[in-house]
Each structure stands twice: as structure tokens, then as C-alpha cells.
Unconditional design. Structure first.
Length: 153
């Protein structure tokens, strides 16, 4: 015989199994982890500019490449997921979070093959971002070209 729960018992059960979140602590963790990622990026950039003599643009490019590489390595060792769970947007908003969103499905679906596994799933999260970026940059380039053609610029 099944026992029916009444609404009050059910609500108590839901309250006991629902995780408790502290918004202030979550924001604080996002702030310091995101700031730490930025400090690491700035340190890499300063290293390339001051130690290796790169220009600011070249150092920025190398900094992005290295941050993406670090993110992909951390994703492959299943560490970035733990960082993102702890820091939330502090780990997901910087370029490292974007690299994680591309690398994570690739690792997860590698068993399904190159085309239908990695090839399809790699863009599940990043695809809309890439598509939007390409379309907007194409439209901005077209507008710029037309304004140059009309001699407004």
C-alpha cells in the first residue's frame, strides 16, 4: 500500500533536499576568481612585453592563446568544472570559460566519433556565439564598406 504525502510533508522534504545558496559568498567567489584569472592574464602579458620585448598587440594575442590553452588543459583534467562550480560567472565569463565551453563537449562526446561526436557537439554551446560574431562582423564590415563608398568616412 502506498502512502500519500500531503503538501506540508512534501514541502518539508523539498526544503531539506534543496541546496542552500549564499548569494553574497557566491558573488565574492566569482569576483576573486575572475579577478585572479585577469591577474594571471595581465602577468602573462607583462611577461611577454617586458621580458620578451613583444608589442602590446602581440603580447595580448599570446596571452589569449596561453589562457585558452590553460583552460583546455584544466578542462581535460576535469578541473575547470570544479573551478566553475565554485566561482560561477567568475570562471565562465572570461575567455577561459569560452574555451572550456568548446573543449568540454569535445572531450565528452569523443566516443561517438570525429564527425558525429566531436564535430557536432563542439559547437553546441559555442556555435551560437561564433555564428553571431561572424554575422555581426560581416554586417559591420558591409556597413563600413558602404559608408566608405559613399565617402562618409
Amino acid at each position: 500500500m502506498k502512502v500519500k504525502q500531503n503538501d506540508e510533508e512534501y514541502n518539508k522534504y523539498v526544503e531539506t533536499v534543496t541546496p542552500k545558496h549564499n548569494t553574497f559568498i557566491n558573488c565574492l567567489n566569482a569576483f576573486w576568481v575572475g579577478g585572479l584569472i585577469c591577474i594571471i592574464g595581465q602577468g602573462i602579458m607583462d611577461l611577454f612585453m617586458n621580458y620578451f620585448g613583444y608589442s602590446k598587440d602581440d603580447a595580448a594575442s599570446w596571452t589569449s592563446i596561453i589562457l585558452v590553452l590553460i583552460s583546455v588543459l584544466l578542462t581535460s583534467f576535469n578541473l575547470y568544472k570544479k573551478i566553475a562550480k565554485f566561482a560561477g560567472a567568475g570562471a565562465l565569463v572570461p575567455i577561459t570559460g569560452f574555451a572550456n565551453s568548446v573543449a568540454s563537449p569535445t572531450i565528452e562526446y569523443k566516443k561517438e566519433g570525429e564527425v558525429f561526436g566531436k564535430g557536432v557537439k563542439i559547437f553546441t554551446i559555442a556555435g551560437p556565439v561564433i555564428l553571431f560574431g561572424i554575422v555581426v562582423s560581416w554586417a559591420a564590415g558591409l556597413i563600413y564598406y558602404l559608408l566608405r563608398l559613399a565617402e562618409f568616412i
